[in-house]
Design a protein around this ligand. Structure first.
Ligand code: FES
Length: 184
């Protein structure tokens, strides 16, 4: 048994709402939305989250962890605040996706699979994202959800990344101001 249940403390209502969508004999199916909830703020699922989700659903932590390993949308390690997942599967590769990925990473000074030094942007190659005739294409995963970007150029992608950095800076400032107001 976990001593402290962070998910239950933080997301009691959301967890209840998720569980209510499933009949009691199908509760285990709630594992995916619970993983998504656990990952939403910090962009990865911690060891404690895995244990707690297992306890909530009555399944083993190994079963929960195996889903994280299987799906590209879940992570068990901290990485960028924004994850840019570039499809390099064959149809996209034929439309220049690998060159796009390499050039984009070069411009950011990182290798595919790495995160920018500011900790904000992770770039990684993934398999088909179901937009095979619109390469280069990628999805951006963040705590706010997923956005898709098709028929991209490196310049377009860099503009988007600058916008994401501005958004993140804006949220940091808003967070500081809230903290200052709360402290009087
Ligand atoms: S092969 Fe890239 S989206 Fe399908």
């Amino acid at each position: 048994m976990l001593e402290r249940k962070y998910l239950a403390e933080k997301y009691a209502q959301e967890i209840q709402a998720i569980l209510e969508k499933y009949p009691s004999d199908r509760r285990q199916s709630a594992v995916m939305p619970l993983l998504y909830l656990a990952q939403r703020d910090k962009m990865y699922v911690s060891r404690e989250d895995i244990l707690e989700i297992g306890e909530i659903l009555g399944i083993t932590s190994t079963e929960v962890a195996s889903l994280i390993g299987f799906y590209t949308l879940y992570y068990d390690q901290p990485k960028g605040v924004y994850r840019i997942q570039v499809c390099v599967d064959l149809p996209c590769a034929l439309r220049g996706a690998e060159k796009f990925l390499t050039e984009l990473c070069d411009r950011l000074g990182i290798q595919p699979g790495e995160t920018t030094p500011d900790g904000l942007i992770a770039i990684e190659p993934v398999m088909c994202l179901a937009a095979c005739d619109k390469a280069p294409m990628f999805q951006v995963q963040s705590g706010a959800g997923l956005t898709y970007h098709e028929n991209q150029t490196v310049e377009n992608a860099l503009s988007l990344i600058e916008q994401l950095r501005r958004d993140a800076a804006g949220r940091r400032v808003a967070g500081h101001e809230r903290g200052r107001d709360a402290n009087g």
